[in-house]
Design a protein around this ligand. Structure first.
Ligand SMILES: [Zn+2]
Length: 60
């Protein structure tokens, strides 16, 4: 097992991990109701996809 020659400082560790932040998934606002939804997915709140209703609210 490799042994590190020197201890990594807190600043260097945190600088390296600066790129590790979680990013939001690809999301867009619904064109019908405006809530956030994932790309290529039906809107969960109104059931619209590509400007037309594909799932009525009664079924959901
Ligand atoms: Zn919607």
């Amino acid at each position: 097992m490799a042994v590190p020659r020197s201890r990594v400082s807190n600043q260097r560790k945190n600088t390296r991990r600066a790129h590790h932040a979680k990013r939001p998934k690809h999301a867009a606002s619904c064109t019908n109701c405006g809530t956030m939804r994932l790309y290529h997915r039906i809107c969960a709140s109104c059931g619209y996809y590509k400007d037309r209703s594909v799932m009525s609210s009664e079924q959901a």
